[in-house]
Design a protein around this ligand. Structure first.
Ligand SMILES: [Zn+2]
Length: 354
């Protein structure tokens, strides 16, 4: 079973696995006609799957709308991934909204050992203290809430995949009584904290696989946390490790990306997982946006298992040009991948025939 990779049909009933191309959906959940058009457009560009953020309020307030959105994506031929929208502030989300659970249960909040360090990687965002008002992954009430919510997500939407987007507690050492009690003698508070984050994600990934073995479980970390992927690789129920080719955020250029991307894809594979790369197709100045064409070529050459892209995402000076380059880049990646796959298929067929 290949839960995370699409397959193409070749001649003579042969199939080959190719790179999965994803978009993060960022439009309305209440207008099914608009969603239908968007999903068709994504599919026409070459996408195989769509990532949809589900927020805590969605399960309470949009009970007819969200399942309908997932149905529309399936009808368009897209595999559907759920990304936890904040949920206790433990993960990222397209919207910067506080968690309902943490708002109602402030007693579950982390007790940061160093609030200043807690905003690393998010300090460019106003109100960065928002990022440490989150629930502790070791608090029993939060763990139960996440298990309950995950059950609801899995049964309501029947997604093809789950995305753990940028765990927010990675650098946030917590001094609450649950964390202090759970630390081992031979680990530093930071090492213990990383272990807690891994155990938290493991519990959710295990739950998803128990629900349906074929579900694809993926985790991506922010650029400052690439090293932590080696620890998450120890989760057997996690299929995909993701990293971000956000050269602008990282204050790098194409020369850096050309060296980094293939090395990082190989590193993630060597950890025993499929490799996912997120395209930096957002937040671009006019002077930077033309680099997108080269970025897609570099990613195509590095051949990750999954390529995630943003759909009309924020902060670019010329969003229309950014989307034009995104579409072109994906189409080149897709046609190149199929071409390569067909080449490999023919070689294999020739080898079999000998
Ligand atoms: Zn804690």
């Amino acid at each position: 079973m290949r839960p995370c990779s699409p397959q193409v049909e070749l001649q003579e009933n042969a199939t080959l696995t190719i790179m999965e191309i994803q978009f993060l959906y960022t439009e309305t959940c209440t207008n099914p006609t608009r969603a239908r058009d968007v999903f068709r457009e994504m599919r026409d560009i070459g996408a195989d799957s769509v990532v949809i953020c589900v927020y805590e309020q969605d399960l309470l307030r949009w009970t007819k709308d969200l399942p309908r959105l997932f149905d529309e994506a399936a009808k368009a031929g897209l595999r559907r991934y759920v990304s936890y929208g904040r949920f206790g502030g433990a993960f990222s989300g397209a919207l910067m909204v506080p968690s309902l659970f943490t708002f109602l249960r402030p007693d579950t909040g982390i007790v940061p050992s160093d609030p200043k360090k807690a905003t690393d990687g998010e300090a460019d965002v106003a109100a960065s203290e928002y990022f440490h008002r989150i629930s502790c992954v070791n608090h029993p009430a939060f763990r139960k809430y996440m298990a309950d919510q995950t059950h609801e997500i899995l049964t309501t939407f029947q997604p093809d995949g789950l995305l753990f987007d940028e765990p927010k507690g990675l650098r946030l050492v917590c001094e609450c009584k649950h964390c202090i009690a759970a630390r081992k003698k031979d680990e530093t508070p930071a090492e213990a904290n990383l272990r807690f984050q891994v155990e938290f994600v493991r519990a959710l990934a295990d739950q998803a696989k128990a629900h349906r073995d074929g579900i694809c479980t993926a985790l991506v970390v922010g650029s400052n946390d690439d090293d932590s992927l080696a620890s998450f690789a120890r989760i057997r129920s996690l299929d995909v490790l993701g990293t971000e080719a956000y050269w602008v955020n990282r204050r790098k250029d194409m020369r850096w990306l050309r060296a980094w991307c293939p090395k990082e894809v190989q590193r993630l594979r060597s950890l025993g997982k499929k490799a996912q790369v997120w395209a930096g197709n957002y937040g671009l100045a006019r002077a930077q946006q033309e680099d997108l064409a080269e970025m897609y070529r570099i990613i195509a050459d590095a051949q990750p298992d999954q390529l995630a892209n943003f759909w009309w995402w924020r902060g670019s000076e010329d969003p229309e040009r950014v989307m034009e380059l995104t579409k072109r880049g994906i189409q080149e990646v897709r046609s190149g991948a199929i071409h390569r796959a067909e080449g490999r298929g023919k070689t294999q067929q020739r080898k079999t025939a000998r």
